[in-house]
Ligand binder design. Structure first.
Ligand code: AMP
Length: 650
């Protein structure tokens, strides 16, 4: 049932009676959270998790911003995600339906998952991994990635998943920063119908660094011929074959680290975001249950993210399994072998809850609604999006062509740092509004503030902050408490600064306006401006570089790089198109193909202020094809004209 409000107001969609009557969440949750304060979270922690030692202390905020949640409690993440469902008699329920890109598939029940996780935990222990050790996970989207994460959690080792699309260099820096003892990887995977290799990047990373690494555990995924270093490298199947299915989960303190996940910041060096156990798991389970309305007996849930990102942590490896869900994981891309692949998977498994990204939706929109129309999508009952703002057109298309105009859509705002969803409609409760993430979840306190941290009235642009500690908040940046304090807490004192601009509309609903720092968001992936700039200047032909994120119809933002060539490159008289392409490829190799600029523009100068600061906003005007803004603060006011002229002649 949808409702048209008056013409000056945005159209909203009221929940259907049918959905609301069965929803997990009720409006009551907001009142409970308000009335109970911290005790609300304690109740969630007790209801949704099994604790081997119950906690008495709920929140210790005596040394802000270093929070401690449920500190005297003990539990194990893997036990909560797997074993307890088997003990409760649900061992035969499917936990994971793995769908490979070439069309191979394999399902794991909770009992089977328990055996696999236990064997992997035993195998890792026999390779010398123990509590507190870091394990780098560099894998494709295969079941073994989830099994590895849970096996780490089972023994109390800290996983550090590195997106399989990252370069050898990016992998090396993350291995070195975390001083990982073990790397878990695969020989390769499949991408758009072709086998790819992953293991050679690990070898390259370890040839340049990674002195802390003692072993590399290698899953045989596509059987490609990869180099193997005897003594260091171990095949996963051999190690697991020899391992027992019996393994006692280690008892972890609620504040013991669960994982590190690197994310781009405003400087070139990625930040190792540290999450701990009890609070993280509590909010993962709570949000997954209420935002996705999960009914573990009947739902089939599918989150299309990769485990390399936080969404793949909280809403693949932890949230769904903690709640005993049956979920699908998919190895490949949406267009392989055809553009209906996502919908074919929904149809094959009878997916009821689909969580994906605005970029994926916009891409499908471009391909046309005839494609999803060829498949039976009638099983779907709830849709979700994450990673970037969703424009109302894409939201409406998603609802109409995928959700048959009946599925509630949850637009979920959160970050690697927040660990779990913070702002989202509650399905069955909230009247949804295309394009807005709307309201903080019960228990979460956000605000929109000005430069001085003062709360702003509705309809005013400002900065998004979180006013109160929350259970799944990051605890620090690995090895760098100062950077943690300076990045997130220095700006507004006791409030967490998210790095996003936001406003509340006349109804008080939150609209996210994008990053206000040097971070770009391309297809929902966070990329750091300085990181790409330093990759650009590491190319021998580039003297100076400036990067901006320009609005892009499909990917939200796209990377535009403006480069000045080095003297020797200008005298070499190379073909500029060829050179630009070479520079693009260089960034792809240095960081990852996702960081490759959409365009590399060779320019004679860069716009700088008298103090030498590059004025990226003017370059953004050029990239977005707008008249160039105010140039009065430039040291040389003719520079922008020179840039425009030089591009005009190319
Ligand atoms: P990451 O930590 O990589 O998940 O990226 C988090 C960033 O993605 C946020 O700071 C936002 O800029 C953006 N983001 C995530 N979800 C949303 C959303 N629902 N609406 C708007 N922006 C979002």
């Amino acid at each position: 049932m949808s409702q048209d409000s008056n013409s000056t107001k945005q159209r909203t969609y009221a929940p259907s009676q049918e959905f609301a009557s069965q929803a997990n969440a009720t409006a009551d949750l907001y009142t409970q959270a308000e009335e109970q304060g911290e005790e609300f979270w304690a109740n969630q922690a007790r209801d949704l998790l099994s604790w081997s030692t119950p906690f008495n202390s709920v929140l210790d905020w005596s040394n802000p911003p270093f929070a401690k949640w449920f500190e005297d409690g003990k539990l194990n993440a893997a036990y909560n995600a797997v074993d307890r469902h088997v003990e409760a008699g649900n061992g035969d329920r499917v936990a994971l339906h793995f769908e490979g890109e070439p069309g191979d598939s394999k399902s794991y029940t909770y009992s089977e998952l328990k055996d696999e996780v236990s064997k992997a935990a035993n195998a890792m222990e026999s390779l010398g991994v123990s509590k507190g050790d870091r394990v780098a996970v560099y894998m494709p989207m295969i079941a073994e990635a989830v099994i590895t994460m849970l096996a780490c959690a089972r023994i109390g080792a800290i996983h550090s998943v590195v997106f399989g699309g990252f370069s050898a260099d990016a992998l090396r820096s993350r291995i070195d920063d975390g001083e990982a003892k073990l790397v878990v990887t695969a020989d390769g995977s499949y991408r758009r119908g072709k086998p790819t290799q992953l293991k050679p990047a690990v070898d390259e990373a370890l040839s340049k660094g990674g002195k802390s690494v003692k072993h590399v555990l290698v899953v045989k995924r596509n059987g490609s011929d990869v180099p193997f270093e005897n003594g260091r490298d171990v095949w996963w199947h051999e190690a697991l074959e020899a391992a027992s299915t019996e393994h006692t989960p280690s008892e972890q303190g609620a504040e013991d680290p669960l994982f590190i996940l690197y994310t781009s910041g405003t400087t070139g060096k990625p930040k190792g975001i540290l999450h701990t156990t009890g609070g993280y798991l509590t909010q993962a389970a709570y949000t997954h249950k209420n935002v996705f309305d999960l009914k573990p007996e009947t739902d089939v849930y599918w989150c299309t993210a990769d485990v390399g990102w936080v969404t793949g942590h909280t809403y693949i490896a932890y949230g769904p399994l903690l709640n005993g869900a049956t979920q699908v994981i998919y190895e490949g891309t949406p267009d392989s072998p055809h553009r209906g692949r996502f919908w074919e998977i929904v149809q094959k498994y009878g997916v009821t809850i689909l969580y994906t990204s605005p970029t994926a939706i916009r891409t499908m929109m471009k391909w046309g609604e005839e494609i999803p129309a060829e498949f039976d999508l009638s099983s779907l009952r709830l849709l979700g999006t994450v990673g970037e703002a969703i424009n109302p057109e894409a939201w409406t298309w998603f609802r109409k062509y995928i959700g048959a105009e009946k599925c509630p859509i949850v637009d979920t705002w959160w970050q690697t740092e927040t660990g779990a969803i913070m702002i989202s409609p509650l399905p069955g409760v909230t009247e949804t509004k295309p394009g807005s993430a709307q309201i903080p979840l019960p228990g979460i306190a956000v605000d929109v503030v000005d430069d001085a941290g003062t709360s702003l009235p509705n309809e005013t642009d400002g900065f998004l902050v979180v006013r109160k500690p929350w259970p799944s908040m990051l605890r620090t940046i690995w090895g760098d408490d100062d950077r943690f304090v300076n990045t997130y807490w220095a700006q507004f004192g006791d409030k967490y600064f998210a790095g996003d601009g936001a406003k509340r509309d006349a109804d008080g609903d939150v609209w996210i306006l994008g990053r206000v720092d040097d971070v770009m968001n391309v297809s929902g992936h966070r990329l750091s401006t300085p990181e790409i700039e330093s990759a650009l200047v590491s190319h021998p032909s580039v003297a100076e570089a400036a990067v901006v994120g320009a609005a892009d119809e499909t990917t939200g933002q796209a990377v535009f790089a403006f480069v000045i060539l080095s003297d020797h490159a200008t005298t070499e008289a190379r073909d500029e198109t060829e050179l630009s392409e070479e520079i693009r490829a260089h960034v792809g190799k240095e960081i990852s193909p996702i960081a490759k600029p959409k365009k590399v523009l060779i320019v004679p100068e860069l716009p700088k202020t008298r103090s030498g600061k590059i004025m990226r906003r003017l370059l953004k005007d050029v990239a977005e094809d707008r008249p160039v803004g105010d140039v009065s603060t430039l040291a040389d006011q003719t520079v922008m004209q020179q840039i425009v002229d030089s591009l005009g002649t190319k």
